[in-house]
Design a protein around this ligand. Sequence first.
Ligand code: AOF
Ligand code: ZN
Length: 342
Amino acid sequence: MRSAIEASESVRGTTSPNPPVGAVILDADGNTAGVGATLPPGGAHAEVSALAAAGERARGGTAVVTLEPCNHTGRTPPCAEALIDAGVAAVYFALADPNPLARGGAETLEAAGIAVQRGLLADEVAAGPLRAWLHRQRHGRPHVTWKFAASLDGRSAAADGTSRWITGPLARARVHAERAKLDAIIVGTGTVRYDDPWLTARLPDGSLAPNQPVRVIVGIGEIPATARVLDDAAPTLRLRTRDPGEVLDALSDYPDVLLEGGPTLAGAFLAARRVDRIQAYIAPVLLGQGAAALRDAGVGNIEQALRFERESVETVGPDILLGLVPGHSGDRGSANGTTDKD
Ligand code: AOF
Ligand code: ZN
């Protein structure tokens, strides 16, 4: 399953609106016979590409898939049938398919006499490669990650506005590697005016990654015609609204969305409870003055503080990457000041 997760990670950002699924076929002796991952929409599902790689070695073997094999004829024929036809003896999958059109593959496989194991590394898959797709299936809107980099005292620029580089090269490389796996990156018009970001995903050598997320500029302010985000290195979408709900409605085809800045836009999304995860890169740097990473998120007193729970903490070179999710309060998981008081 770890290999299947790795395969699914390798296609994250290229499969929307389909989920990035990974599959591994083991032969009857338990050796890896084929690895596959979902191709762009209309192309083969993960199981079918793994079966193609395995060929005859699939017979009597085992399929390991991050999502329940589909049971439907959509853009492609059902994977459950493909697994039956290939003669696999067992199927392990992590997550049941929540899509009512596609689900039921497990029962079809079992009816054909195949041993089915559900739930293998389910939490890892749900928090990892299938996270955004599952979120969109459940909530009908994109999964939003707010990413920011700040000094230890929460600032993203020094007193004179200079901001390069607060975090180290490893953190920046990581941000670029992550960009290539997203569907869309959102920035406000203010950030476009002040920072003139390019918002492309670059490989370590500086060249453009093959997969580029859509660059989304939101807000009613004007931006210069010479702004770098307007070039043709990646598609760009201009949304003349500041309302997070309207922005996400317009992005319904883009399940995995990154909110990059600036502080005002982040504040609007946080106040509207439209941030599903925070990735905070914290550098061991003190600035003392300078713009904060966040402005006005609707918090007037400590009771209203937006509280989050730690999902992960990692060191990235000299910096710390904190992964946070909204604190549990109410079934929508909105972040507010009612948890973690002690
Ligand atoms: C799988 N393996 O690799 C993926 C699955 O329109 P289609 O035919 O491409 O089907 C899309 C649906 O199939 C999608 O919503 C999800 O339920 C499932 N995706 N299933 O067996 C795969 N990507
Ligand atoms: Zn399928």
